[in-house]
Design a binder for this molecule. Structure first.
Ligand SMILES: [Mg+2]
Length: 445
């Protein structure tokens, strides 16, 4: 007979799947209560919590398991906490760096993406797409055109950039956690319509890199960081390309000298805005501006000058480093030996390194390449060296860049925003007739 003191909910609690091997699917019971966000540390902690909820939500969706409503509530509270800072007084939405310094923050990415996620989870995909369509001009036309462009194809390689291409730009890399809807659309396409789906980003792979901001199920994507110099394959094995030890020593010296700048009051903020300081494999990046231009031009140029001086001190001959200034980030990249002397390592070199290790059969198309800036063009050019059977989708409103991509690859579609690309891929995967689609383990569909 049952003990009357034990309530049905206690029994459930006691029996909760402990004998079942389903622990990997459990969504942690983290109550993200309404909490004050006063520092970047608070912000990044909160965003890390949303990742630990979002990742198992995605895993459950792909395994045809229903998620609990408490997790949606936690995501809502995370959003409310951010809105509390952001909308309290728009002109002074400040986050403190320390007791003395604070900086204006743009939290619109974080708020918007959390809102989309809860809408997606509460209303389902059809209403969600309808919601997205209200955010962009000519959304339906772009999506229809995209579906026509993909033409029910199965792709061998799906090679894509992340930030600005499949992910909306975020003011702070560390808090640019991939949303649930984004992971569902992308992973569905990658699993069902492609053999070798690969992210190539210039951000690091780990600590803190693409792996730390992604919530796609494991074994779906190959993640390549530092423009492809390091990658995690589908068996989660880490691969790294060779770096000349002499060059590595100079890079270590550079990292230490640039790191010292944080101690100077006028440079401290650059360690928190935009990309912040990122130490990559074969590369160092430091932000000099963020997406909402919160740094004055004068301060931004001062940092560029100081960093350039450090580089010149360490590499007076200019043979070890290349400085690439995107206007937002200063990238200092170790050179590699090219046809005409040393050149900077690009995403095309990265793709060739991955191919060298994994044998992607690049001669066998069709391939799909997606990007959003000129730094993504080398990966498109690299694929075209092997076959003409290449499709490209670029996310840009820059007509000059669009024209350049079209010249290199006539089979190119231009779309204006990452959400449109995601919708095209997510919907295409629902209608494409599967041929040799690859399914990662644990993926039900
Ligand atoms: Mg990009």
């Amino acid at each position: 007979m049952r003990n009357p003191d034990i309530s049905p909910s206690d029994m459930l609690e006691n029996e909760k799947g402990f004998s079942l091997p389903t622990k990997q699917y459990s969504i942690p019971d983290i109550d993200i209560n309404l909490q004050p966000i006063r520092s970047f540390k608070d912000l990044f902690h909160l965003k890390a919590l949303t990742r630990s909820i979002r990742a198992p939500i995605v895993k459950n969706i792909f395994s045809a398991r229903v998620i609990n409503l408490r997790s949606i509530e936690a995501l809502k509270n995370a959003r409310r906490s951010l809105e509390d800072v952001y909308f309290r007084d728009y002109d002074t939405s400040m986050i403190q760096i320390d007791d003395l310094h604070s900086i204006n923050v743009d939290l619109s990415y974080e708020i918007r993406e959390l809102k989309k996620d809860t809408y997606y989870l509460e209303h389902g995909e059809d209403y969600f797409i309808d919601y997205l369509s209200k955010l962009y001009n000519k959304f339906d036309q772009h999506v229809s055109k995209g579906l026509e462009f993909l033409d029910n194809l199965n792709f061998n390689c799906f090679i894509t950039d992340r930030d600005g291409t499949t992910n909306n730009y975020c003011g702070h890399y560390r808090s640019s956690i991939q949303p649930v809807y984004n992971a569902v659309f992308l992973s569905r396409f990658a699993s069902l319509c492609t053999e070798n789906p690969i992210f190539i980003t210039s951000a690091p792979l780990k600590n803190f890199g693409i792996v730390d901001v992604s919530v796609n199920p494991d074994n779906v994507f190959i993640y390549a960081g530092s423009k492809g110099r390091e990658f995690l394959d589908l068996d989660l094995v880490e691969n790294r390309s060779f770096i000349d030890p002499m060059k590595q020593t100079r890079l270590d010296e550079l990292v230490s000298c640039v790191g010292e700048l944080e101690k100077q009051e006028e440079f401290e903020k650059f360690f928190y805005v935009g990309s912040g300081l990122q130490v990559k494999f074969g590369q160092l990046t430091i932000a000099r501006q963020d997406v909402s231009n919160s740094i004055s031009e004068e301060e931004s140029l001062n940092l560029l000058q100081s960093v350039s001086d450090i580089v010149r001190d360490i590499d007076p001959e200019g043979s070890v480093f290349r400085i690439l200034d995107t206007g937002k980030d200063i990238e200092i990249i170790l050179t590699v030996d090219g046809q005409n002397g040393s050149k900077d390592f690009d995403k095309g070199d990265g793709l060739k390194f991955i191919d060298n290790r994994l044998n992607l059969r690049l001669d066998r198309g069709p391939h799909l390449v997606c990007g959003d800036t000129a730094s993504d063009i080398p990966m498109l050019e690299a694929v075209l060296e092997y076959t003409d059977d290449v499709y490209a989708i670029f996310v840009t409103r820059d007509t000059e860049l669009a024209q350049k991509v079209l010249t290199i690859c006539p089979n190119t579609l231009i779309v204006p925003s990452p959400d449109i690309l995601l919708t095209v891929l997510g919907v295409a995967a629902l209608t494409i007739k599967r041929k040799k689609g690859r399914r990662a383990s644990g993926i039900f569909i």
